[in-house]
Design a protein. Structure first.
Lengths: 261, 314
């Protein structure tokens, strides 16, 4: 009898890479031969992973079409098989994989659509913490030193294509894609959730830099500086109002806490 | 100027507050004999279950779908926890892996179990991880002494880490191995005996495997000792044709077949009342249809138990 570890390593490779049953101690039992029995597991795995990729990247799938998406998913699975039993983690590299797929040259924006969809999943699976309110913000005594942590579900996307508008349109109107003309355009978007719904909010470069800074360093003054540096005319008051309204800022122990510099 | 993270702005602190807040708003409920049949909790039904609170005994959730503490699925699970006892059923721990279970996966399960405090925690007698890779399927173990040692070691690690007893589910199989040293019921019964875990007896899996691997399903049930079955699963399977052969696939996409209902009553007559769950994962029906299937299970259970001397006395 093959030792268990050897058996599992070999069987894993044969299922993932499509190897023959030869060399595995599979019992011969009518009415199927050993190859047919192993194929059931190969097919199950292939279909489950294909479905998983389709579920996480539905708009990407719509843009690519069923056949090409199945091809892309199979290629991706072959190149980067799952390495965790938590399948919610699987697919993070799919957008990058699409970027390097040669047949996709004329659809250069599709990898960014896939990126947006991965971020949407991240937003969906991330927590909503108690939000900062307008009253909390009004009570701040030292605005220069306040800290404004953002919600863990708030994600950011930068693209050379208006993929935010495309995604919004496709999710709102289903398959009516014919009228959408894709022209390169510098695009900044924030992706977040309200309950179960995913929202995509088109923002400016300054807004992007401001939020990006808050995500790694919640000190308001430094984030504002980053935003104004990118966009001197940044309407920070309006940006903050929307962040508050959409409950995208997190309440700290003291409302909008002050930095402990 | 170096950056120092503000303690007051540290999102980790808020995580902790979130968890404490969530724990405070829920109560733990048990799943024991006499409870009505439960149903599998699937995303497509969650909102309707929350709105209509159907009369089922408990809900069983796939653990991995709720690993992201605080995410939208987790919020739903915690909201339902106030109305239903919960069972967490894992599919990705790979209890049969010779390389051991993933510490990272087990940590996530531990975090979830600590917050949800489910009435039951279960996993499969199968493997899905090897050589640093993972498959989204449940692969069969050879029924050997070596595999039994591996399985028992992994179950013990999980029970130690979770500080609680788990249930292990018998697999559905499309192949078996040469050189097997034990029958499948002897294998899982021995694992339960050695580790103190219980058995989640999936009757659809027994029926599917019995057909695919040519063994007798009622004899499988009769070979298990009484007292170790902590839960029963019921589901439907798919009939696939491969050449001239008919193979049953454990697809959970169909009502429970008559053959499986018969096995259910056979098992109840042997083991007595056992908490029961109807699983339906693919080609999902309307919630009302799933609830009706659970009601059918309640009826079948009452009918089977009526004939048992102990239950008559009770």
């Amino acid at each position: 009898m093959t030792r268990l570890r050897d058996l599992q390593d070999k069987m894993m490779e044969k299922i993932q890479k499509g190897g023959a049953a030869e060399g595995l101690p599979i019992k011969k039992q009518q009415p199927l031969d050993t190859e047919q029995r192993l194929n059931i597991y190969k097919n199950n795995t292939k279909m489950i992973l294909r479905d998983l990729i389709n579920q996480v990247f539905p708009v990407t799938a719509l843009l690519l079409g069923e056949k090409f998406m199945a091809f892309a998913a199979d290629e991706f699975v072959g190149m980067a098989p799952p390495d965790s039993g938590d399948m919610n983690e699987y697919g993070a590299q799919f957008p990058e994989f699409l970027e390097h797929l040669p047949n996709l040259n004329q659809f250069a924006y599709v990898p960014d659509v896939a990126r947006l969809e991965w971020l949407a999943q991240e937003a969906y699976l991330s927590p909503r913490l108690p939000p900062l309110t307008q009253a909390d913000l009004a009570a701040v005594k030292d605005p220069v030193n306040m800290v404004l942590p953002v919600q863990p579900h708030l994600q950011l996307l930068r693209s050379g294509w208006p993929v935010d508008r495309l995604w919004t349109r496709v999710t709102a109107e289903g398959e009516k894609l014919k009228d959408f003309e894709m022209k390169p355009a510098e695009t900044y978007a924030a992706i977040f959730r309200t309950g179960d719904s995913i929202r995509v909010w088109s923002i400016t470069e300054g807004g992007y830099r401001f939020i990006e800074h808050l995500k790694s360093d919640p000190r308001f003054a430094f984030a504002a500086e980053s935003g104004y540096r990118a966009e001197p005319s940044l309407a920070l008051d309006k940006l903050l109002a929307t962040l508050l309204q959409q409950e995208l800022l997190v309440k700290t122990a003291t409302g909008a806490g002050e930095s402990s510099r | 100027m170096g950056f120092r993270k503000s303690r007051r702005g540290d999102p980790a602190a808020f995580y902790l507050r979130l968890i404490v807040y969530i724990k405070g708003m829920s109560t733990r409920a048990s799943i024991s004999t006499g409870i009505k049949t439960g149903i599998g909790l699937r995303a497509a039904h969650t909102a309707e279950i929350a709105a209509t609170r159907p009369d089922v005994g408990f809900l069983e959730a796939h653990s991995e779908n709720y690993f992201r503490i605080g995410g939208a699925p987790f919020e739903h699970l915690m909201a339902l926890r106030t109305s239903y006892p919960l069972s967490l059923h894992g599919v990705g721990l790979s209890l049969g892996s010779a390389a051991g279970v993933s510490a990272a996966h087990l940590d996530k399960l531990k975090a979830l179990v600590d917050i949800v405090e489910p009435a039951l925690v279960s996993e499969h007698v199968a493997w899905s991880m090897a050589d640093g890779k993972s498959l989204p399927d449940l692969l069969p173990l050879p029924m050997t002494g070596e595999a039994l040692d591996v399985l028992c070691g992994n179950i013990a690690s999980v029970q130690d880490r979770l500080a609680r007893r788990i249930l292990i589910e018998n697999p559905s199989s499309y192949l078996s191995f040469t050189g097997q040293e034990l029958s499948e019921p002897a294998f899982i019964a021995e694992a339960a005996k050695r580790t103190g875990c219980g058995i989640l007896l999936d009757l659809n899996n027994i029926h599917v495997s019995a057909h695919n691997l040519n063994f007798n399903a009622p004899a499988y049930i009769d070979a298990l000792p009484a007292g170790i079955v902590g839960e029963i699963h019921l589901a439907g399977y798919q009939v696939n044709r491969i050449g001239d052969a008919e193979i049953f696939i454990d697809a959970h996409n169909h009502p429970v077949y008559d053959d499986v209902w018969a096995l259910y009553q056979h098992a109840l007559r042997r083991f007595g009342d056992v908490p029961t769950l109807v699983e339906w994962d693919a080609e999902l029906p309307a919630l009302a249809r799933l609830v009706a299937e659970a009601k059918t299970a309640d009826g079948k259970r009452a009918e089977a138990l009526r004939g048992r001397p102990h239950d008559q006395a009770a």
